[in-house]
Design a protein around this ligand. Structure first.
Ligand SMILES: Nc1ncnc2c1ncn2[C@@H]1O[C@H](COP(=O)(O)OP(=O)(O)OP(=O)(O)O)[C@@H](O)[C@H]1O
Length: 422
């Protein structure tokens, strides 16, 4: 059996390569100097005995919005303690709260926890209006200046009641500033005009990181995470990085692959971490380009399997029909052929059959999920057009995805397909 004692020549502190804020939080974000300076200006009235401006922070996922707001509010808290200013920050994660009602319940719990410590339950059985009153009572009990950060606030969708109420809060002993964070660019324009003008007193946009930004972000992480990796010179920039455990192309490739995609720092850090894990598995002395490419492919494989897992049973039946056609080398296949296969599969597993039109919709849904590709062809002069479908992922991956999916436990069908490939 492998020993856990095996020494590693690569890693110093592996947790630094986790994009999870509970494990590691950067202490500076030089790539966000401008955005954080705007936030600084919005919060600055606190230092003059005033009320912070409300802000709406928006930008795609993994752009340092959450970590940036946390850094700035913490910096302000330190200043407030040193200057004996009564300041409280409440950071509310709205993910999963799909309505104002759920955000209000979360708010009551989080604000109570700020006062009394962890372990509060979310209140149940109250109407929205009563929950608003409870939030106000809690804010009043805290008093002073309060910054309420509503992270992933787009979770509430069109139901902006909670924002409407919070933006009108008027409590004698409280100076309240709201900071909304969202990665849904459409969210702002869908808000009620009053809420938009109140919450968006200051709007701060976090645009996607470039490959250059990502190289610097990754370089700083590797200096803390890896052995024999350090900056030459006082500027913590990729161009000053020296490392015995990274080959020259590792960081540029990781950054380029992530920048091509969405410029997401979380994704870039995760990719490097995965490459590092593969290098460790291989007992390699350096993390190289091959490890990054292997990591990218494993991540994509996992994401595809996850994608298959999250499809409905009817779509999985449609996907199985296309997979079978590919295994028999009969793809790209037309809707009629695929529908015939689908009907047979439904009979085999006892699934209710959809009409051919509904089946076609399922195929198109799978095309939108990037599991299938659709092509339109002419049937010949004057005979109109026809659609054919093929897998957009590898055949093996499609079969593996269906095999590993416990909600699609029709082993005899996937076994039959497997036999056709082997
Ligand atoms: N400039 C940066 N320097 C170092 N690490 C960064 C930087 N920007 C982001 N990160 C890291 O990337 C990850 C994602 O950051 P964060 O959660 O702040 O993104 P976000 O924009 O709030 O994303 P989401 O909208 O998905 O919540 C975290 O691990 C964070 O530490």
């Amino acid at each position: 059996m492998e020993s856990f004692e095996a020494p590693t020549t690569i890693v110093d502190d592996i947790d630094v390569l986790k994009p999870d804020p509970q494990t590691y939080r950067p202490t500076e974000l030089p790539e966000r100097e401008d955005e954080l300076s705007e936030l600084h200006m919005a919060l600055r009235p606190v230092t003059m005995g005033g009320t912070p401006h409300n802000c709406l922070i928006y930008g795609p996922t993994g752009q340092g919005k959450t970590v940036g707001v946390e850094l700035k509010t913490r910096q302000l808290e330190v200043w407030a303690t040193e200057n004996e200013v009564d300041l409280t920050t409440v950071h509310v994660r709205c993910k999963g709260c799909d309505s104002s009602y759920h955000v209000l319940r979360q708010l009551v719990k989080d604000i109570r926890e700020v006062r009394r410590g962890p372990g509060e339950d979310k209140p149940t059985g109250y109407q929205r209006k009563t929950l608003v009153e409870k939030v106000l009572e809690e804010l009043e009990k805290i008093g002073g200046t309060i910054i309420l950060v509503l992270d992933e606030i787009d979770a509430i969708g069109d139901d902006d009641y909670v924002l409407y109420e919070l933006s009108r809060v008027d409590i004698d002993n409280v100076r309240l500033g709201l900071v909304g964070i969202t990665n849904d660019l459409q969210f702002r324009s869908n808000l009620d005009a009053d809420v938009r003008s109140s919450l968006g007193q200051r709007e701060i946009h976090f645009s996607p990181y470039t490959a250059g930004d990502l190289k610097n972000i990754l370089a700083r992480r590797t200096v803390e995470a890896l052995h024999d990796t350090y900056f030459d010179g006082d500027k913590e920039l990729y161009r000053n990085l020296n490392s015995d455990v990274l080959t020259n192309d590792t960081i540029p490739l990781t950054a380029a692959l992530s920048a091509q995609d969405t410029g997401d720092a979380r994704q870039a850090i995760r990719l490097l971490r995965y490459a590092c894990d593969i290098a460790l598995e291989e007992d390699a002395e350096q993390i190289g380009e091959d490890h990054v490419r292997a990591a990218k492919s494993r991540i994509e494989t996992q994401a595809t399997k996850q994608g298959i897992l999250s499809e409905t049973v009817q779509r999985k039946a449609a996907l199985t029909a296309v997979t079978e056609a590919v295994a028999e080398e009969q793809a790209p296949a037309g809707t009629t052929d695929l529908y015939r296969r689908y009907c047979r599969i439904c009979e085999q597993i006892g699934l209710e059959k959809n009409s051919q039109n509904t089946f076609r919709e399922k195929l198109n849904d799978l095309t939108h999920s990037n599991l299938l590709v659709k092509n339109r062809h002419g049937r010949g002069r004057g005979k109109g057009m026809t659609n054919t479908y093929d897998l957009s992922i590898g055949l093996d991956l499609a079969v593996e995805g269906l095999e590993e999916d416990e909600t699609w436990s029709y082993d005899e069908i996937t076994e039959e397909i497997r036999e056709k490939i082997e």
